[in-house]
Design a protein around this ligand. Sequence first.
Ligand code: GLP
Length: 262
Amino acid sequence: MEIIVLSDPAAVGRHAARLIADVLGRRPDPVLGVATGSSPQATYSELAALVREGLDLSRATAFALDEYVGLDPAHPEAYRSVIHRDVTVPLRMDPARVHVPDGAAVDLRAACMQYEEAIEAAGGIDVQLLGIGANGHIGFNEPGSSLGSRTRVKTLAPRTRRDNARFFGGDAGAVPVHCLTQGIGTILRARSVLLVATGESKAAAVAAMAEGPLGAFCPASALQLHERATVVVDEAAASLLGDREYYDFARDNAPGGALDFD
Ligand code: GLP
């Protein structure tokens, strides 16, 4: 795991966008895994700036990590809507190539299997962008999720519903109870993963992910198993990391980033 600590959220967004653009720019039909939440917003803004400067993502395919179950897909906080607003439009992607799990499907299990098949059919994900929940979740894989899990229905943790209440008028009761999420096993199949985290509220989760034991109670710790995992964090999110000396030394003496896989 490569850990890059930068000064502030804007620097995190700039660096993450450049890493993603490097990977996508080298592939004729790149496949990007996209995340929702506040963490990747700066990355999307910076990627949008690169698109305005000439980065062409019109042939790129995207797969979202997760979706709420039972929300009208047109609801502004349904991840289908969020991804359209934050990713498809600003990155000038072809909407037909942007996929979100179908949380409104009658047969949710079948929808999950089809989602896994669609990722496979696209050739797998080149770079998976991730945020991290304050409880260490990635996607909506809550603590206790199988480290080998694939796309499936999950029940959200009460803490996650409280954390996401801000998107639902401050009412945790309005946050759906269930979701579809790529599994941890699905995420680990991406050719590279890039996790971004900013702010003090993520510091404990970041430290547990990077320096704690590998285990299902910190789902993000599964990234310790990934051969090309990059973590870009700001000072606040890095504040509980123990081995800053090494991370900064390695950042300043990098032989080539973990996303550099061609
Ligand atoms: C959300 C999403 C995750 C996201 C995480 C953190 O509920 N399902 O993909 O990474 O929780 O969100 P935020 O970046 O807003 O703190």
